[in-house]
Design a protein around this ligand. Structure first.
Ligand SMILES: Nc1ncnc2c1ncn2[C@@H]1O[C@H](COP(=O)(O)OP(=O)(O)O)[C@@H](O)[C@H]1O
Ligand SMILES: [Mg+2]
Length: 275
């Protein structure tokens, strides 16, 4: 290949046991008139323990559908998702989810929001306080613990939402466009913070974004979904150590390559997607 990029097709096995195994997942919705809407089609993805994988693809291709199925929030039409040793059959403490809108409780302080899950799980008060201190530091929120969400910027609210998920110590973290609602500079900072946390904790992350440079900057591997009905169109290994430079030649080239592949369009033969 002219750019010398390392690209793998779907369904190649991983060397170690995957932490997330997405096996032959299909999802067909029914629209308002009762007609079937085939969103995703026979998707197979293995994600290794500690790997950071992003899923990209055109709007409406089924990225959120796939994430919700992996999270146990939505039932697939067929196929299976395994997280760790268990088949996903509904939401679980092993699976942490962060959405675009952190959806904090407006009547609770940052501290109470972040500790919500630990309080529900009746974790001892001392352990809660210790974890809170760690995550406030990790997310650059120290000093803001007694503020209410309305007193925070959008970026800080999103940080608090991420802290609320990570403090539960999930086996895997799923993120659906978590930085879409913040301004560009905040978004860059949050991306750098996420890289720092991932380098430190080495937890498995499945990250959804429509921003190709964001996916390339963050990930060990980027998976491109085709337009609906969505299949895995391509995979791109990003073999660049962190911290990465946004102007790194390889990253810029691979970003351009993915954009070209998206513009080239569908791999799905029965593609009925219209932009
Ligand atoms: N509840 C639903 N009923 C019918 N169609 C749906 C429903 N949810 C999503 N879809 C359709 O499935 C496709 C994939 O949606 P989604 O997963 O949200 O895409 P993405 O996150 O990639 O933008 C879209 O065409 C969308 O219109
Ligand atoms: Mg979406």
């Amino acid at each position: 290949m002219s750019l010398g990029l390392s690209i793998r097709r779907q369904n190649k096995g991983c060397e170690t046991m995957p932490d997330i195994k997405i096996k032959n997942i299909n999802k067909t919705y029914t629209d308002a008139s009762g007609a079937p809407v085939e969103a995703i089609k026979d998707i197979n993805i293995d994600i290794k323990d500690g790997e950071f994988v992003s899923i990209v693809g055109p709007s409406g291709c089924g990225k959120s559908t796939l994430l919700e199925i992996v999270a146990g929030l939505l039932e697939q039409t067929s196929g299976e998702v395994i997280v760790g040793d268990d088949t996903v059959k509904g939401t679980s403490r092993d699976i942490g989810v962060v959405f675009q809108d952190s959806a904090l409780f407006p009547w609770k302080t940052v501290k109470k929001n972040i500790l919500y899950g630990l309080e529900l799980s009746k974790v001892p008060r001392e352990e809660q306080e210790e974890k809170l201190k760690n995550y406030l530091e990790l997310m650059n929120l120290t000093g803001f613990e007694d503020k209410y969400p309305s007193q925070l910027s959008g970026g800080m609210r999103q940080r608090a939402g991420i802290a609320r998920t990570l403090i539960m110590d999930p086996k895997v973290t799923l993120m659906d466009e978590p930085f879409s609602a913040v301004d560009h500079l905040t978004r860059c900072t949050l991306q750098e913070e996420l890289v720092r946390i991932h380098e430190k904790e080495k937890k498995t992350v499945l990250f959804i974004t429509h921003d190709i440079s964001e996916a390339v900057f963050l990930s060990d591997r980027v998976i491109l979904l085709s337009p609906r009905p969505s299949v895995v169109q391509n995979e791109y290994k990003i073999n660049v150590k962190h911290p990465r430079s946004r102007s790194d030649d390889y990253l810029v080239q691979i970003t351009a390559r993915i954009v070209a592949d998206i513009n080239r369009g569908a791999a799905a033969p029965e593609n009925d997607y219209i932009i």
